[in-house]
Design a protein around this ligand. Structure first.
Ligand SMILES: NC(=O)c1ccc[n+]([C@@H]2O[C@H](COP(=O)([O-])OP(=O)(O)OC[C@H]3O[C@@H](n4cnc5c(N)ncnc54)[C@H](OP(=O)(O)O)[C@@H]3O)[C@@H](O)[C@H]2O)c1
Length: 386
């Protein structure tokens, strides 16, 4: 049995963040500064919502995603004394305790004793059995939040004692950098204010209807894998072209970060930005023509559909998985003129690449399930886990 938790109020960002007036230094790789950049925008809301309530949090099954959330929460200033975690096996629990200074054990039942909030980051198949096992130890008014793909609220609700609240949170590994995109859903009438505040600490949070959770899982939960896949392809292309791997990595990482920040700060739709920067006859246009001839956009859409279908399947919803060929979308059709340079020559090779991409999309959807059985050390970024 765990010793009683000491109650500490959730702290506000002001106590743990640098003053918002500081000018960020102009270093080339700026992940840390991005974090602070968001702080002034959200501080007031956080301060007014948290209201000093004491909240003890149990995080069960800290693997890849759980560790990202744990690291992000601690980095946001959440006191280590408010978090009680579990992980398997024992060596990993010990390693996490050393790394973060939090209480980490393999004993789920002890960890939830006196917890106001229980975050589950175990594989989807483990969620219901785990809830049944910890049920007797849950506080009567605790809130259980599942981070798992494809485990419906109805399963959560039927696996916990009456009175215990349930919710789902679909977040992503960018929680570690406090840049996650999180979607919450809960039974109608649930006050999600405190949960929003908690997940705001590790990024941006929205509330959605549960019917959209599988789609959100594909776009926001698995979404980082889309960008990592792009980063991998760009880095490989740069190295193949003669760049040093380290230099290629720095350039690609910074380019993606900068492009995302640009997107976030712009009122323009991505398609409009694309059209504006792809000057006819220029290098960007040449690259875009090849991407469009290869139906890159259609391939991404097929990947989202495959991941969504995988979420449906995990939740026991047996809608058939889409067999979406990566055909051109309306941008692609309108933008690639039949006589545009590169389109004729590249269509063949890029087209065959696109069918490979479609198959890859199904593979990546399958690997949402693989997240459940991944064999790599949690903490590494591993595309098998998306
Ligand atoms: N990875 C992502 O980017 C991502 C994104 C969105 C959602 N998710 C969801 O997040 C959840 C975790 O994904 P993940 O990638 O972090 O997987 P993961 O690395 O395998 O983490 C799950 C951890 O839970 C442990 N575990 C399993 N059963 C347990 C139990 N009964 N008690 C305590 N610990 C237990 C596992 O230990 P063993 O390995 O020893 O079994 C593993 O360390 C999944 O439900 C997934 O759908 C993940």
């Amino acid at each position: 049995m765990a010793p009683p938790h000491t109650g500490h109020p959730l702290v506000t960002h002001e106590e743990h963040r640098p003053p918002p007036t500081e000018t960020p230094p102009a270093d080339p790789v700026v992940f840390a500064e991005v974090r602070w950049r968001r702080a002034p925008m959200r501080r007031f809301r956080l301060k007014s919502r948290i209201g000093g309530r004491t909240m003890d949090i149990a995080m069960l099954g800290v693997g890849h995603l759980g560790e990202a959330v744990l690291a992000g929460l601690l980095d946001s200033g959440l006191p280590i004394s408010q978090i009680w975690a579990t992980a398997l096996p024992e060596q990993r629990a010990a390693a996490l305790a050393d790394r973060y200074g939090v209480e980490v054990s393999t004993d789920n039942r002890s960890a939830v004793t006196e917890a106001d909030l229980v975050l589950l980051s175990v594989p989807p198949v483990a969620v219901a059995p785990l809830l049944k096992a910890i049920g007797p130890d849950l506080e009567p008014d605790a809130t259980v939040v599942s981070l798992a793909a494809g485990v419906p609220l109805s399963t959560l609700a039927s696996s916990v004692p009456k009175g215990v609240h349930v919710a789902r949170a679909m977040t992503n590994i960018a929680a570690r950098a406090r840049q996650a995109a999180t979607a919450l859903c809960a039974p109608e009438g649930t006050d999600l204010t405190e949960l929003e505040d908690l997940f705001d600490r590790v990024g941006v949070t929205v509330t959605v209807d549960e019917s959209l959770m599988d789609l959100v899982t594909a776009v926001a939960g698995s979404g980082p894998a889309f960008l990592f896949s792009l980063a991998d392809a760009l880095t490989t292309a740069a190295v193949d072209g003669g760049m040093e791997p380290e230099a290629a990595r720095v350039l690609v990482d910074q380019m993606l970060l900068g492009a995302c920040l640009h997107l976030q700060s712009s009122d323009e739709a991505p398609a409009a930005i694309l059209e504006r920067i792809a000057t006819p006859g220029g290098t960007t246009r040449a690259a875009l023509d090849v991407l469009r001839a290869g139906h890159a956009s259609g391939t991404v859409k097929a990947a989202v559909q495959a991941a969504t279908a995988r979420g449906h399947a995990l939740s026991g919803d047996d809608r058939p998985e889409p067999d979406t060929p990566a055909g051109p979308d309306h941008h692609e059709r309108s933008a690639v003129s039949p006589d545009s340079p590169g389109s004729a020559g590249s269509a063949g090779s890029a087209g065959s690449e696109s069918s490979g991409g479609s198959a890859g999309a199904k593979g990546s959807a399958g690997s949402l399930g693989a997240a459940d059985s991944g064999g790599s050390e949690p903490g590494d970024i591993d595309s098998d886990h998306f």
